[in-house]
Design a protein around this ligand. Structure first.
Ligand SMILES: Cc1ncc(COP(=O)(O)O)c(C=O)c1O
Length: 383
């Protein structure tokens, strides 16, 4: 039998998606046209939020959120140690200082107790990462933040459609950032969005994504004017209409893809129950998990190999295993710029040695999942 090739994540594109992009390509607007607002309204409505601001990546969404909160030099923003670097890079873009909080070992979510220990008079915001698709403990974070005037940014790039105590991700934090990269729940190739209830911040972020200019090309066409003012320094973070067309079409599938991701996770959980050395992350009963990632922790004391060898075995077997993520402050940029030392967040460092991300995408088959679990079970025989 040929060796399979099972990635850890991948997009699903159908004829409707292609037709939607084709139509946009033939229209008058390739960018800054009507599909931008349409996608913003559709995604905001899906999540139950008042305002959506489309940008060209999840990273740009986080950057816009930092600008909307006026993060700047001297401000500290607390970020979980285990996340994609963009969660804290956005703080650095605006001149702020990321302060890393440790995580809960069984969920990899930011630990509110360590957040509290890291709060100082300079703390201006907390970035709550909904790791893997499970919402962070927003009530606990809110209780710490509200009395001190600290804002909460949800890095919800893993979690569209997830819920926390019955509330939809995208409506819980002051600002929520999403990514539409191909491995995510829905894709616009590259793309992102910020959701908020605050119309003033939404307006600010729309300006920020357009160089800091107070109007865009389409609105000037409508009013028949050429004049505009650049009122602050911004960026070109605009999401083109053809990508918004893809996003609008993809969004129609999201409810069924979420159900499918949850069914895949339930099936994996059931199979891993008989492999005690491979422990899936835990989902709290007061949350639903959107399962961007399916992550197991290896009990290294029960194995004769380390995670690297386990990863190599899966890769050699055609399984696109991955690791999400090394503690951000381990990166040389963070050590050199901010002087962060190994040892800063001991639980993050310990669990990082144990984690493996396994394939999770809506079109994975039962046979592929059986093969993945079967290959993981071989780890106990390796030395
Ligand atoms: C937690 C998290 N935050 C931010 C991002 C950045 O999103 P993008 O790749 O769309 O810039 C990602 C993407 O991988 C992510 O996983």
């Amino acid at each position: 039998m040929a060796k399979p090739s099972i990635p850890y994540g991948k997009q699903v594109i159908d004829h409707d998606d292609i037709a939607a992009v084709d139509e946009a390509l033939r229209s008058a607007w390739l960018t800054t046209g009507p599909r931008v607002g349409e996608f913003e309204r559709a995604f905001a409505e899906f999540c139950g939020a008042a305002e959506g601001v489309a940008v060209n990546s999840g990273t740009a969404a986080l950057h816009a959120a930092m600008r909307a909160l006026k993060i700047g030099a001297g401000d500290e923003v607390i970020v979980p140690a285990i996340t994609f670097a963009a969660s804290s890079n956005a703080v650095v873009y605006e001149g702020g200082t990321p302060v890393f909080a440790d995580i809960e070992t069984d969920t990899l979510l930011i630990d509110p107790a360590d957040v509290e220990a890291k709060i100082t008079p300079r703390t201006k915001a907390i970035v709550a990462v909904d790791y893997g698709g499970q919402p962070a403990d927003y009530d606990a974070l809110r209780a710490l933040a509200a009395k001190r005037g600290i804002k909460i940014v949800s890095d919800a790039c893993h979690a569209p459609g997830a819920t926390y105590k019955g509330r939809q991700v995208g409506t819980i934090a002051d600002l929520s950032a999403f990514s539409f990269h191909p491995v995510k729940h829905l894709t616009t190739c590259e793309g992102g969005m910020i959701l908020t209830e605050d119309a003033g911040m939404a307006q600010h972020m729309r300006r920020f994504r357009n160089h800091g200019i107070d109007s865009d090309h389409r609105s000037r066409e409508k009013t028949g004017t050429f004049a505009y003012d650049m009122v602050e320094i911004g960026y070109n973070y605009r999401l083109p209409d053809i990508q918004c067309a893809l996003g609008i079409s993809q969004l129609k599938h999201l409810p069924q893809w979420l159900v499918r991701r949850q069914a895949i996770a339930a099936r994996y959980d059931q199979m891993f129950a008989s492999l005690p050395f491979a422990r899936p992350l835990v989902t709290h009963p007061d949350r639903t998990n959107a399962y961007h990632l399916y992550v197991i922790r290896l009990d290294l004391s029960a194995l004769k190999i380390d995670r690297r060898r386990a990863f190599d075995h899966l890769r050699a077997s055609g399984i696109g295993a991955n690791v999400h993520y090394a503690p951000v402050y381990h990166h040389s940029f963070y050590r050199e710029r901010f002087g962060y030392q190994i040892g800063l967040c001991p639980r993050a460092e310990a669990v990082y040695q144990e984690i493996l991300t396994l394939p999770m995408f809506p079109t994975i088959t039962d046979a592929e999942m059986d093969y993945v679990v079967g290959t993981v079970s071989e780890l106990r025989n390796l030395s």
